[in-house]
Design a binder for this molecule. Structure first.
Ligand SMILES: [Zn+2]
Length: 237
């Protein structure tokens, strides 16, 4: 979500009827509306896990490793969190299970830290969760990694996760899925990214929805957040 209220509202509006929101961490950081985003999420039935930015903002983790802009935004967020938001973030677990999915921010073996960009990193992670499938965020890039049972062990490969193309969740194929980022897409498409798991059809589908980027940028400007962070949400990088 990255504290981007306009993007979160657009996603909730576009999702139609749903039972529950599964939030893969980084509720806050970068964006100008950390408290409003936490509050909006909490108004819905939801499961959420801790992201690295959440950890820094609520004082659970150090900002070591953050680039200067991310660190500045994290300090801004820490200063502006209400006590209720901070308490809520501090209580978030590193991982959670919902239905037949494990939810983590980064990866099953390093929940708040590892980036799963490629099939090789994904492959090493299938042994680290017990459910059929796993949902991750952290890279901000939509992706699907499939582990297919073969005669000589499992074959893991990545497949494209394109908007509005449902991916059937089949019995013997385990998947690690990344729906992309609501509040800060980084795949060159500035629209907010999310995914819907349809339990009835047993399929997962990625979606994109446009939101009022200029409104978010205005708020970031007024808040004094770093200019490169303001510019990047317009291009989705
Ligand atoms: Zn993030």
């Amino acid at each position: 979500m990255h504290a981007n209220l306009e993007a979160l509202e657009a996603v909730i509006g576009a999702a139609g009827q749903f039972e529950q929101i599964w939030c893969l961490g980084d509720l806050v950081g970068y964006g100008p509306d950390p408290n409003a985003c936490v509050a909006l999420l909490r108004r819905h039935s939801h499961v959420a896990v801790l992201g690295n930015h959440d950890g820094v903002a609520c004082g659970k983790r150090s900002p070591a490793g953050f680039n200067p802009h991310a660190a500045r935004a994290a300090q801004w967020t820490a200063r502006h969190l209400t006590a209720a938001s901070r308490r809520y973030l501090r209580a978030l677990p590193d991982s959670a299970v919902a239905s037949d999915f494990t939810l983590v921010h980064g990866s099953p073996r390093a929940p708040t830290d590892e980036y799963l960009f490629g099939a090789r990193e994904a492959e090493a992670n299938f042994a680290h969760f017990a459910t059929s499938h796993c949902l991750v965020g952290h890279t901000h890039v939509p992706a699907a990694f499939l582990s297919v049972e073969g005669r000589r062990g499992n074959d893991v490969h990545g497949v494209g996760l394109r908007p509005d193309e449902p991916l059937p969740l089949l019995g013997r194929v385990r998947m690690i899925l990344n729906p992309g980022s609501v509040g800060q897409p980084r795949d060159g498409d500035p629209r907010a990214a999310f995914g819907i798991y349809d339990a009835g059809r047993n399929e997962f589908c990625a979606h994109r929805v446009a939101y009022d980027v200029a409104a978010t940028q205005e708020k970031m400007k007024s808040a004094g957040l770093p200019a490169p962070l303001i510019d990047r949400i317009a291009v989705g990088f």
